[in-house]
Design a protein around this ligand. Structure first.
Ligand code: HEC
Length: 291
């Protein structure tokens, strides 16, 4: 899977951030009937839980420190201050151990990058919300890194995976996180889900490789375009060119922001495209395509 760093485009703030860790709506968690937190959300069964992070309000406390073996952004060993994701979720009334096994989290970043990760994998791998870099210069919270011609900082909230070494391509490392959506697969992916079982695997490949930048029916990242609305890409691209485009976008467009997927098998790209094509017959009206 494509990781955050070399592939993200320039920054546009998309989501406004509110003061507190606000839980808007509750999905059904196994064994959790209602919310136990003082920040108790309104209950609904058809919406993901929305958690808004706000730097000013310091919703994530920074009392824990952690060492990351191979950092997704800096590609070296790093040390951060922040809070384990599991602790933060508990603080927000979500008990990871009690969540359904198909619970996922979508991380919405301030530039529109929005990867999803299974809650189980996040917790098992001790995912951590970094709020400050312990290697930063005095008076600074973060060490800048180069991104194209610009310098960026991963704060105020950056998701790191302490124990994962040399497998960065299998995990996203979202930075500039402003919102978390927590929900079971069907609730979180909603209108983006394929309508037929046989496209499930194709969709899973799309979810782990493309959804962080592209939405389908309005669900997904906003760094890239929606691939189904208002027109599905199969309605205006030559179908036999799309596989080559996804593998090597730079051979079609100069100065594009779409990363190359030459590391994926040709058949995997075809499967992803089968899913995208399938969704052509299942469009949402654009006005309904907002979560
Ligand atoms: C890091 C963000 C990012 C990821 C990940 C990404 N794309 Fe893109 N994609 C873009 C951007 C940005 C564009 C717009 C063209 C450009 O700037 O290169 C684009 C363009 C496209 C287009 C052409 C759309 C059009 O209207 O012409 C297709 C098709 C596409 N992407 C498919 C995919 C597929 C399939 C995947 C997963 C295998 C994927 N993209 C992953 C960012 C991304």
């Amino acid at each position: 899977m494509i990781n955050t760093m070399p592939n993200r485009t320039s920054s546009v703030a998309l989501v406004r951030v509110n003061p507190v860790c606000t839980l808007a709506l509750l999905i059904i968690f196994n064994g959790l009937s209602g919310c136990m937190s003082p920040l108790c959300p309104e209950v609904a069964h058809n919406k993901p839980i929305l958690i808004q992070l706000d730097a000013a309000a310091k919703t994530v406390d920074s009392s824990e420190t952690i060492k990351v073996e191979l950092d997704g952004v800096y590609k070296i060993q790093k040390r951060y201050r922040g809070m384990a994701l599991a602790h933060y979720l508990s603080k927000c009334g979500i008990i990871p151990e009690q969540a359904a096994s198909d619970t996922w989290i979508q991380f919405i970043c301030n530039d529109g990058y929005s990867p999803v990760e299974p809650l189980g994998s996040l917790i098992q791998n001790a995912a951590f919300i970094a709020t400050a870099d312990l290697d930063a210069s005095p008076g600074e919270a973060w060490v800048p890194f180069s991104y194209g011609n610009s310098q960026r900082r991963p704060g105020p909230y950056y998701l790191v995976w302490p124990y994962i070494e040399r497998t960065l391509n299998s995990h996203s490392c979202p930075y500039g996180i402003v919102v978390l959506y927590v929900g079971r697969n069907d609730v979180l992916m909603g209108a983006e889900l394929p309508k037929l079982q046989k496209f499930q695997r194709d969709f899973a490949l799309f979810r782990s490789n493309c959804m962080m930048c592209h939405s389908v029916n309005g669900v997904g990242g906003t760094l890239g375009v929606d691939l189904n609305l208002p027109r599905n890409v199969f309605e205006y691209w030559q179908a036999d060119k799309l596989n080559a485009y996804v593998a090597h976008p730079e051979s079609f467009r100069r100065n594009g922001k779409m990363p190359s997927f030459a590391h994926l098998r040709h058949d995997d790209i075809s499967e992803i495209l089968n899913y995208v094509k399938h969704m052509k017959a299942h469009k949402l009206e654009p006005s309904d395509a907002k979560r």
